[in-house]
Design a protein. Structure first.
Length: 336
């Protein structure tokens, strides 16, 4: 990679002169300016935006701490944020916690060492008091992504998963399903509490008409967990007729188990996912899913980050409402 020092040597000027030309400063003679521009063109020199930011300190360091970047929900949101801020010269740092409170704390310390101005975190819920110790200290701003914390308030953008799960339970019940299983990630995180309470809300509202039962499985947001839980469920001949998964990565494991064991969706078992498959339109049958609204969440986070740049961000809570997208993975069960 060509350096600014090499450009200066080719142009026969000082490094400071090259810097002034790059930054369009007026006090450079036309002769020297032409020499510098010619050298830049001949050597195909591209200024290092990050290095320039470090010197001028106009940049911001945005730390992102999430459970798993490979999960489509997080991947799409973070790519949106990255595409908006990287081109402006800001620096983004990413860390996966895999829902481990220990790794989360270590990741937070890493972001502090890197002098993060803003930390965007989808928290495990295991380090609340530790995070509180540093929020707004030395101008650090913490913003929560999707998961609330119990004791302390922060700016947050989240999807109303409680409502989303209510919509799913209501739809399955109207389709005649009375044996339903929820398969989701770790029990301790707030989003799974919301999923659980969404179903409880539905049962409370329909206590006079509901005569079925619902099973709850909390473990990991992974394909393997969806697969192994299906294997456990289907050992029982009186297994659920419908599955709701807490994420598309779990639904992928459910789907794979059914394919490998000659179970048809939806004829043998119905399926609803929180979030669509990344190539959902290519999957047959097309899955019915609760939209994770990643575009709305990403755009709202970008607005909060920009407010944090100006230090005008308070503990605002932005709640995005979900929709149920109906496709082909749910079978209607008619009473005999």
């Amino acid at each position: 990679m060509v350096t600014i020092k090499e450009v200066a040597r080719r142009a026969g000027v000082s490094i400071a002169t090259v810097s002034r030309v790059i930054n369009n400063v007026d006090n450079v003679g036309e002769k020297y300016k032409e020499a510098v521009l010619k050298a830049i063109n001949e050597m195909n020199y591209h200024p290092n935006l990050a290095a320039r930011s470090l010197r001028n300190r106009y940049y911001k360091v945005i730390g992102v701490i999430i459970p798993d970047f490979s999960i489509p929900f997080f991947e799409k949101i973070i790519k949106n944020i990255e595409s908006n801020f990287y081109k402006e010269g800001h620096i983004l740092l990413f860390v996966n916690t895999y829902n481990s409170p220990k790794v989360e704390k270590e990741s937070f310390c890493f972001m502090l060492e890197k002098q993060a101005d803003i930390i965007l975190i989808c928290s495990t819920g295991g380090n609340e008091d530790y995070l509180k110790r540093y929020n707004k200290r030395d101008n650090l701003q913490i913003i929560l992504l999707d998961r609330r914390l119990k004791r302390h308030k922060y700016p947050i953008v989240r999807l109303n998963k409680r409502k989303g799960m209510y919509l799913a339970a209501d739809y399955l019940a109207k389709k005649g399903h009375k044996k339903i299983a929820l398969i989701s990630g770790p029990r301790r995180v707030s989003t799974n509490y919301d999923r659980y309470m969404g179903i409880k809300d539905y049962l409370y509202d329909h206590e006079k008409t509901w005569n079925g039962h619902i099973l709850y499985y909390f473990g990991q947001f992974s394909e393997q967990y969806g697969y192994s839980t299906m294997k456990k469920l289907l050992r029982n001949k009186n297994h659920p007729t419908a599955i709701i998964t807490g994420g598309s990565v779990i639904a992928k494991g459910v789907f794979l188990y059914c394919r490998k064991n000659n179970l048809r969706i939806p004829e043998d078992i119905s399926l609803i996912s929180f979030g669509d498959f990344s190539s959902g339109e290519l999957i047959c049958p097309r899955i019915t899913y609760i939209g994770d609204e990643y575009k709305k969440i990403g755009n709202s986070l970008i607005k909060l980050i920009r407010l944090a740049f100006t230090r005008r961000l308070n503990n605002i809570e932005i709640v995005i409402q979900p929709q149920l997208y109906l496709h082909d993975s749910v079978m209607e069960i008619k009473e005999k």
